[in-house]
Design a protein around this ligand. Structure first.
Ligand SMILES: C[S@@+](CC[C@H](N)C(=O)[O-])C[C@H]1O[C@@H](n2cnc3c(N)ncnc32)[C@H](O)[C@@H]1O
Length: 253
């Protein structure tokens, strides 16, 4: 049961794409950009750019940081079903707000998620779902503790924590080092953040940085351990031009 105390720390907000998100009073921030829209943002910033590169693979392991309302996970399933892909996907998603996940069976999701309604119910009840094609695991607890314990090698990271200003420990160079340590050699990462400090933290851990542009949305960041034929950002040049730029460090918080 999603108790009154937790519920009172969140409010439902309607995004410009017509989908619902929440506003967290605890983090003083919405779960999604209300301008870009919860579903639109999930699909355009995370799912489509990732699958445009990886959909030929037979199986993928995705790290979804953090689960929240589960839009990124659910939009991945929706996309795979809509495109009729046979790819097998295992999603690992840290989340410390158990009450939120357990409340999701009553959340008013968009009609696009109708076909996965029973999966949403299973995850909400069991924090886990598995069939022949999909395996979804909520890693309950602090992501900084659960990530170093992950044994799987990750192909895709959806880096979708609250903002660096409000949730800095999920954006530091030490955090990205832990993420890098569990990555496949050709792993990619998608994130809405375009801040120099975040790009530097990724770059210091071996990620090459690219700009991702999608329709009707602010540009975002795409990071990859391998060079890609995308709009590349030369971080050495960025550092020369902005010598005071620094990545975020755990010790600062
Ligand atoms: C911006 S929301 C995630 C939005 C999500 N991708 C979605 O589609 O709804 C951030 C989430 O991170 C969770 N969170 C914040 N810090 C965390 C931590 N250290 N460990 C695990 N979860 C955390 C919050 O409870 C919240 O649900």
């Amino acid at each position: 049961m999603y108790d009154e105390c937790l519920r009172s720390q969140k409010e439902i907000v309607l995004c410009e794409d017509g989908t619902n998100t929440l506003y967290s009073k605890e983090f003083d921030e919405p779960y999604h950009s209300t301008k870009d829209g919860a579903l639109h943002e999930s699909l355009e910033k995370h799912v489509k750019p990732s699958f445009s590169l990886k959909k030929e693979k037979e199986q993928l392991i995705i790290l979804d940081i953090c689960f929240g309302l589960g839009y990124n996970t659910f939009a991945t399933l929706y996309y795979i079903k809509k495109q009729k892909l046979s790819i097998k996907v295992h999603i690992l998603s840290p989340e410390f707000d158990e009450g939120l996940v357990r409340s999701l069976d009553t959340f008013d999701y968009p009609k696009e998620f109708e076909s996965i309604r029973s999966i949403i119910q299973d995850i909400s009840q069991n924090l886990y779902y598995e069939d022949e094609q999909f395996k979804i695991e909520i890693l309950l607890g602090d992501a900084r503790k659960s990530i170093p314990k992950i044994k799987e090698k990750i192909d895709i990271i959806y880096q979708d924590a609250f903002s660096p200003a409000h949730n800095p420990l999920l954006w530091t160079t030490e955090y990205f080092k832990d993420v890098r340590a569990i990555c496949e050699e050709d792993a990619i990462l998608t994130t809405y953040s375009t801040a120099a400090a975040i790009r530097l933290g990724l770059y210091e851990n071996g990620f090459l940085i690219f700009v991702h542009r999608a329709e009707m949305m602010r540009y975002s960041t795409f990071a990859s351990l391998k060079m890609l034929d995308l709009e590349y950002i030369d971080m050495e040049l960025k550092k020369e031009r902005n010598p005071t730029a620094r990545s975020m460090k755990d010790r600062d918080f």
